[in-house]
Design a protein around this ligand. Structure first.
Ligand SMILES: [Zn+2]
Length: 359
């Protein structure tokens, strides 16, 4: 005969059940509420750790819009969601200063993208900008991107999303150390809230990046993608040779307008228990490719549209064959890569992405 277990008791001698934090079940334990929220939206935990590493004091993580303070100076972070927002021309000016006039979208296209409209009047995923401003209202830094739906190979939504960043930058002259990092934290807060409102999980954040920004992205938790290409005793890794699909086409021919491929280091981070598998990388890049596609009425003829579709298909195939090379994926930051090399691994890096682009 087994001994009967005594009913669960607490320090008051009662038999009410307790949560793992020692509070009465149903008593509104804050730790329980936080754990439950983090489970449904794993990016929230990452936000906490980003904020811990910050050199600023943030007024709240309940909204992307907040104030941040350091050594007596206060800055404001805003989420730009209105096409008539007065700061859009400031963002535009900052981009023109960093790149060049031709490389930057005209202001009216930026404005419609914020509203979730492509230049041909179709609905699309809205482009978000999170700006850091000083007390005079000057924009010092921003992070932009879109919350994209992830789909399986059959094109069915998986219930997960990826926030794809398009830019994270600081003003060349007015920039404040760490301001871009703060804009990025707000971008993740905003993306997690948007995903929650859509009934989805923000599972990944990703973006095509330039070589010089690896340190910044490593600090936020992003890593580059490598496939295991070891043979026998020789350990080796091969970085994913990512080519960004063209964002610009000739409407008459359907040909991409840039005559050279844009090689970038694709960097990613997974939230919670999500894994960065080949399938997840495929789904992330597919979402970005779908977002970049031009609709039929953007072209002068059905033939030109067909040509652009053919180009998009070939970039997806190229990426898929890249993903098919080598074994399991590994994710390394700069330090981890250097350690692997010191320990005898050979690393075939995506050197084409290290060339500085001349804008
Ligand atoms: Zn609890």
């Amino acid at each position: 005969m087994t001994k009967e277990q005594p009913p669960e008791s607490n320090k008051f001698g009662g038999d009410a059940s307790l949560c793992p934090h020692g509070n009465f079940a149903g008593s509104g334990c804050e730790a329980c509420a936080r754990e439950q929220k983090e489970q449904s939206q794993p990016a929230l935990k990452e936000i906490e750790s980003l904020v811990e590493k910050s050199s600023f004091t943030r007024s709240t993580t309940a909204s992307p819009e907040c104030t941040i303070e350091r050594s007596g100076k206060t800055f404001t972070i805003e989420s730009i969601e209105q096409a008539d927002h007065p700061d859009i021309d400031k963002i535009q000016a900052m981009m023109v200063k960093a790149f060049s006039e031709e490389e930057v979208e005209p202001e009216e296209i930026m404005r419609s993208a914020i509203e979730g409209k492509d230049p041909w009047g179709h609905e699309c995923v809205p482009l978000r900008y999170y700006t850091v401003k000083d007390e005079q209202g000057e924009v010092l830094a921003f992070c932009s991107g879109g919350l994209l739906d992830m789909k399986d190979t059959a094109g069915k939504s998986t219930g997960e999303s990826v926030f794809l960043t398009t830019f994270a930058m600081t003003d060349k002259d007015k920039g404040v150390l760490g301001a871009t990092y703060e804009a990025y934290i707000s971008a993740i807060i905003g993306a997690a809230q948007e995903a929650q409102a859509q009934g989805k999980k923000l599972s990944f954040v990703a973006g095509p990046t330039e070589a010089s920004s690896e340190k910044f992205w490593n600090a936020t938790g992003w890593k580059r993608i490598y496939a295991d290409t070891s043979s026998g005793d020789q350990k080796s890794l091969r970085e994913l040779k990512y080519v960004e699909p063209s964002l610009d086409f000739d409407p008459a021919t359907g040909e991409p307008t840039s005559d050279q491929a844009v090689y970038e280091h694709l960097m990613v981070q997974a939230f919670g228990d999500r894994q960065i598998t080949k399938e997840n990388v495929r789904s992330i890049t597919q979402a970005y490719s779908d977002w970049s596609e031009w609709p039929e009425n953007a072209f002068d003829s059905p033939e030109a549209y067909a040509r652009s579709q053919e180009y998009m298909r070939s970039t997806r195939e190229q990426l898929q064959s890249e993903l098919n090379r080598g074994g399991e994926l590994t994710f390394l930051n700069q330090r981890e890569r250097q350690r692997a090399i010191r320990h005898g691994s050979t690393v075939d890096e995506h050197v084409d992405a290290d060339r500085e682009l001349n804008y």
